[in-house]
Design a protein. Structure first.
Length: 567
């Protein structure tokens, strides 16, 4: 990676798909759960006109759900990954540009295909989400929106106070509507690293938006802000018209004894009446001690009341560093499953309502060893698991500050699990799914490790896979994008962008979009043969993943949100 200093030791969960709600795409895992529909906004001075919300039926992977013409405007991308299966694929949107150009007065450029842009803070890492005519995203307070949140310097100019922020913009023109503002933790950088803001990607369902803030609190807020009155709790610290209307908050440090390492960043997942969250529990600043090994790593909270439903502390004292990933939902053999990625390098699937373990999978070779500072070979899971066509795809890596190292991509068949066969890991370091000793393993294929010459087949990653049309796209931190056969793991093509990748590949409109730390968005043709379509220069590092909604591609750089479309 060319520049690891931006996020320092705190890693965000940037893994980042399928669409859901309104006229959208439904991941293969969704067979009976209702799709999340676009929110129906209440009237307000800056609220968009209400749109019809459609309940989409379940569909096969990658299939567009048909809906009446009146519902065509109700397309959304309401969560990290777009759908409960978290697959970074959108098969609905069309006619998106492969090329664009930012306006530049110094170079006398007016710009091309830029609809609008909005300044953010100085650090923005999560992903924007779109629902109900609004865009929600996390950033820090350096993009000062309220003079209240600044202190005056000696020269009389305002200096933003370090805080965590969630911004809400109007989708149609980017108008700023409201913000959530969260003070920093008194414990300092060990739990709340300076200037990182809110790195969680929100989850929007109806008139509620859920996210994890920099204080390790799970927040439920009103999508309308205070435009429709003060609902839920009424003791918010900030109550200006453009502040957030908090419905409830759940403090994971106070209630559960969680000790987040550098930052809590999970992008929540709502299924039924429960919100599922990775708590962020991890090491202290020494990186050699876990202050709260019995504190939960995974929790379920009632979405209406904010009360704890169940918790699990399986990673316990085996947490390698921190926990910065996101849960995924699927249905296998008619059974709903919440898949949690752990900071110990294991995937675990639980019954959503009870928290009972269904299966687990070690995403590292048995011979892998974790060594402080990144010199070892055992990896944690920072990417988000993806479910497509009944299979689970996950890639592993470490904190970018640990540098390059051996990584792995795994394809897992969770249908191999049974009450008598919970551990689906391959036996020893035999990654042949047809080997007799792996008859009970859920391994479908493995990509990574070292080749015969000792070269790395795949490197550490924090990126989430994108699976579409029999292809699996997997990017690694070293800047290399691999196109693999989704059923076998065979490598079709590879491209080195010569700079670090933090975000994830996004498949839409026959193209693959991916941003880089150097500040470019690369665009490839979606297919088995490599074809580079464009390289678009942005205004700075692009560490999130592009998304597309209603004919517009949204690209969030570290400091700016851009709305891009053919003009």
């Amino acid at each position: 990676m060319t520049n690891f200093s931006a996020f320092r030791r705190g890693i965000l969960a940037l893994s980042i798909a399928g669409l859901l709600g309104g006229t959208v795409l439904i991941s293969a895992c969704l067979k009976s759960e209702p799709a999340t529909s676009a929110s129906k906004p209440k009237a307000g001075p800056d609220a968009p006109a209400p749109k019809a919300a459609a309940k989409a039926p379940a569909a096969e992977p990658g299939a567009a759900v048909s809906a009446p013409a009146s519902d065509m405007l109700a397309r959304v991308w309401p969560m990290f990954g777009g759908s409960l299966g978290r697959n970074m694929v959108n098969t609905f949107e069309r006619n998106l540009p492969a090329e664009w150009e930012l306006p530049d007065k110094k170079k006398n450029r007016s710009g091309k295909n830029i609809k609008w842009s909005q300044p953010l803070g100085s650090q923005s890492y999560g992903n924007p989400v779109v629902s109900g005519g609004k865009i929600f995203l996390g950033t820090n307070n350096d993009g000062l929106r309220n003079p209240r949140d600044a202190k005056m310097r000696a020269d009389g100019k305002p200096e933003p106070i370090d805080k965590g922020n969630v911004f809400c913009f109007r989708e149609s023109d980017g108008k700023f509507l409201w913000q959530a503002v969260h003070d920093k933790l008194e414990s300092g950088r060990v739990n709340d690293w300076p200037l990182q803001g809110v790195c969680s990607s929100p989850f929007v369902e109806g008139e509620r938006v859920y996210y994890v803030n920099n204080r390790c609190e799970l927040i439920c807020a009103d999508t309308e802000g205070f435009y429709n009155g003060n609902q839920g709790i009424t003791d918010e610290k900030y109550k200006d018209p453009t502040d957030a209307d908090i419905i409830w908050r759940y403090d994971m440090m106070e209630e559960l004894g969680v000790f987040p390492h550098n930052l809590a960043v999970c992008s929540p997942l709502v299924v039924g009446d429960l919100v599922f969250v990775v708590t962020g529990n991890g090491h202290d600043e020494s990186h050699e001690n876990i202050p709260a090994p019995r504190a939960p790593s995974f929790i379920a909270v009632d979405k209406n009341t904010g009360k704890l439903a169940w918790e699990d502390a399986s990673p316990g004292d085996k947490i390698l560093h921190g926990q910065w990933s996101n849960p995924t939902y699927c249905e296998i053999k008619g059974q709903g499953q919440i898949i949690f990625p752990g900071g110990d390098g294991w995937l675990r699937a639980f019954e959503p309502k009870t928290g009972k373990l269904i299966w687990k999978f070690d995403c590292n070779p048995k011979s892998a060893v974790y060594i402080l500072g990144g010199r070892g070979t055992r990896n944690e899971i920072i990417a988000t698991p993806v479910v497509h066509d009944g299979l689970v795809y996950i890639a592993v890596g470490q904190d970018p500050e640990h540098g390059e190292g051996v990584g792995h991509v795994w394809c897992i068949d969770p249908s191999k699990a049974s009450p008598d066969n919970i551990d689906l890991s391959p036996v020893n370091d035999n990654f042949d799914p047809k080997a007799p000793e792996n008859k009970n393993s859920g391994l479908v294929w493995h990509h990574g490790g070292l080749d015969a010459n000792g070269e790395m087949n795949f490197r550490r990653t924090i990126s989430t896979c994108a699976v579409a049309d029999g292809l699996c796209y997997a990017a690694n931190l070293s800047g290399i994008l691999d196109c693999l056969d989704a059923k076998t793991g065979k490598l079709y093509w590879r491209h080195d962008m010569l700079t670090a990748i933090w975000g994830s590949p996004y498949v839409v409109d026959g193209k693959v979009y991916i941003g880089t730390d150097e500040g470019d968005v690369h665009v490839y043709a979606h297919g088995k043969e490599k074809k580079v379509l464009a390289k678009n220069e942005m205004d700075g590092p692009t560490l999130s993943t592009p998304i597309a909604v209603n004919g517009t591609l949204y690209v969030m750089t570290r400091t700016t949100l851009f709305a891009i479309g053919n003009q």
